[in-house]
Design a protein around this ligand. Structure first.
Ligand code: PLP
Length: 340
């Protein structure tokens, strides 16, 4: 990816990260605090350059599948508040900084959002801020980035926000806001993450142990333990994300059984799929596929309990290509430093 097409995010970028971004020619640095604006200005001046910047705005729109992935309400760590005036002040600080080339404003209201109204409200507030900046400072900021967060379907009962509906709805909201506030149109951008990567990936597990556990209501649950878990998929244990699963290595005609897919880690919350019907003849050695794990899966993976992270493999037209190889025990031990 050419550096000029990359946007650098983060609520706590280090001096080194900011310097490296400038040296690499990263296209936009999305600043998230007054500390960062000051630091970036100094570093850019030291390098004899100007940092291309967007200011991350907290619009106050609270949306997202879970509190931990909602990112634009007031009481959380990201962005500069629109309501308190911090976002406006940050824009002025950037405009006045010699080492900063202020390109515009950015917001990201959260993830796994189904509500088109939330995106529309956020766009409306962003364009209002841009208009206020023009009215007071006399500058029409050239760019507005409206972030990502478009929901995808994880389970048969789950819903998604269709890219067509999202684009049409956002265009409508932006057009309405622009006709209200006037001025030149900004260059608009969005940052869909999981809408692109999520459905493109699935996780393949090998079934190890199958156990039947009695429930209080007299029923039974089939626990299907696989060779991974919270080390390759943090989303279920972190915020109760929902997935489905299916046997991928054979067809089965046996009766479906209420099942829970669990990992191999030392926590009872180490669950991959909380509730799913799986065939009652599922057995050690079967391959299990969990769809829609292309986003926030392998990138969040860890080596808890010294479990090795899986490979990333793409498949097309009957051929496969390894993009990230599987961890080895040697990789794991190579981090340890033996005392003298
Ligand atoms: C700033 C920013 N933009 C876009 C995204 C993508 O979000 P999603 O994958 O929900 O579309 C994220 C996700 O963390 C983000 O932090």
């Amino acid at each position: 990816m050419p550096a000029a097409r990359i946007g650098l995010h983060g609520n706590n970028k280090s001096d080194d990260e900011l310097r490296r971004a400038l040296e690499a020619g990263v296209g936009r640095i999305v600043v998230d605090s007054f500390t960062e604006i000051e630091t970036l200005d100094q570093i850019a001046r030291g390098l004899g350059t100007r940092a291309p910047v967007l200011v991350r705005v907290t619009t106050g729109v609270h949306a997202g599948g879970h509190e931990y992935i909602a990112t634009s309400h007031e009481d959380q760590k990201f962005g500069l508040s629109l309501a308190s005036g911090a976002a406006f002040d940050a824009l002025v600080a950037c405009q006045d900084a010699e080492g900063i080339d202020l390109r515009g404003i950015h917001t990201h209201i959260g993830s796994q959002i189904l509500s088109l109204e939330a995106f529309q409200e956020s766009a409306e507030r962003m364009l209002g801020l841009r208009a206020a900046f023009r009215a007071e400072i006399g500058v029409d900021l050239p760019e507005v980035d409206l972030g990502g967060g478009y929901a995808i379907q994880y389970t048969p009962a789950g819903e998604a926000l269709s890219p067509h509906d999202a684009a049409a709805g956002m265009a409508e909201a932006v057009a309405a806001a622009m006709s209200r506030v006037g001025g030149t149109w900004p260059r608009l951008s969005i940052e869909p993450g999981r809408a692109i990567a999520g459905p493109a990936g699935l996780t393949l597990y090998r079934v190890g142990v199958v156990k039947h556990v009695g429930l209080e209501d007299g029923g039974q649950r089939q626990y299907v333990a696989v060779d991974g878990g919270m080390s390759d998929n943090m989303r279920t244990i972190t915020y109760g994300a929902e997935y489905t699963a299916t046997i991928a290595s054979r067809l089965s005609e046996s009766e479906p059984a209420l099942s829970r897919v669990v990992g191999k880690h030392c926590e009872s919350g180490d669950i991959v799929v909380r509730d799913v019907d799986l065939p009652s003849d599922i057995a050690r050695g079967d391959l299990l596929a969990v769809p829609a794990t292309g986003a926030y899966g392998r990138v969040m993976a860890n080596n808890y309990n010294a479990v090795l992270r899986p490979a990333v493999v793409s498949v097309a037209d009957g051929a496969s290509t390894v993009h990230v190889r599987r961890d080895t025990l040697e990789d794991l031990f190579s981090w340890d430093v033996a005392p003298d």
